[in-house]
Design a protein around this ligand. Structure first.
Ligand code: ADP
Ligand code: MG
Length: 261
């Protein structure tokens, strides 16, 4: 598996021309008051590429993910998905959001709805899919994340790992072009981390374009095509996982790896 991803990396990074690039972040800066959370960040993600973003707490990883999904405005620069700059508001923004699936640290399921209803809600409301069709889609996705027999339950009846897998199924139900994961396993008990990472790995193998913020270096080594290291609102380096873990270019990345490995 890691071998095929490594080959994928070479293939994927052969060219970053307009046709290959799905997510383009160009010179993006973001301030909270006088504090600069993103400092001239540029990041191109090709179709089918899996980028793992790592870096110390407060380095801007979540802000970058939220900016890509337009949950956060930016002060300068451009973010585009599939060649289209992010619209500021309205229907165009809703359509764009549907193309970007997001999975957060906290599972964010609707607690008063069943797992099945959580997954069908987006397709029915946003994509105007017929309920029967949405349910068929949802059951297929729940089976894919190993939750076929949990569809009628409510979130509180599931373990954290199951809830997070349901959140992944819910995001996939919108048939996004790219999936963003912001520390999807950080709130999980250790024994549940693997089941979520396994689902993410299988998505990666299936060719999904993914941006993943995680401290799970095993996942980065196995599934990532490239690793981007962030500190102080900047991407300090980006390279293949093999090269990054063996020879980080920057002192900051070396310090960070020494602390977490
Ligand atoms: P990371 O995900 O890498 O831990 P974040 O993107 O969450 O970092 O945060 C980057 C910096 O921006 C942090 O210093 C954080 O305190 C600050 N920040 C994030 N969101 C806000 C906000 N809504 N208001 C003010 N400061 C914020
Ligand atoms: Mg964060």
């Amino acid at each position: 598996m890691s071998k095929s991803r490594a080959k994928g990396y070479r293939r994927i990074t052969m060219g970053r021309d307009a046709d290959n690039v799905l997510v383009r972040v160009e010179n993006v800066s973001k301030y909270f008051g006088s504090f600069q959370a993103l400092d001239d960040v540029s990041l191109d993600v090709n179709r089918g590429e899996v980028v793992v973003i790592i870096g110390p707490s407060g380095s801007g990883k979540s802000t970058l993910c939220r900016a890509i999904n337009r949950l956060e405005t930016i002060d300068s620069g451009v973010i585009s998905i599939d060649g289209e700059p992010l619209p500021a508001e309205g229907k165009a923004l809703a359509d764009l959001r549907a193309e970007v699936g997001m999975v957060f640290q906290s599972f964010n399921l609707f607690s008063h709805k069943t797992i099945l209803d959580n997954v069908t809600l987006g397709p029915i409301k946003v994509k105007k899919m017929k309920p029967a069709e949405a349910q068929e889609l949802a059951r297929g996705l729940l089976a894919r994340v190993g939750l076929a027999d949990q569809a009628e339950k409510f979130p509180a009846q599931l373990s954290g790992g199951q809830q997070q897998r349901a959140a992944i199924a819910r995001a996939l139900a919108m048939e996004p072009k790219v999936m963003l994961f912001d520390e999807p396993t950080s709130a999980l008990d250790p024994e549940m981390i693997t089941e979520v990472l396994d689902v993410m790995e299988s998505l990666a193998r299936g060719g999904m374009t993914m941006i993943v913020v995680t401290h799970e270096m095993g996942f980065a080594k196995k599934a990532a095509d490239s690793v981007a290291f962030m500190a102080d609102g900047k991407i300090l380096e980006r390279q293949s996982p093999e090269d990054f873990f063996a020879h980080p270019h920057t002192e900051r990345a070396r310090d960070f790896l020494n602390k977490i490995l």
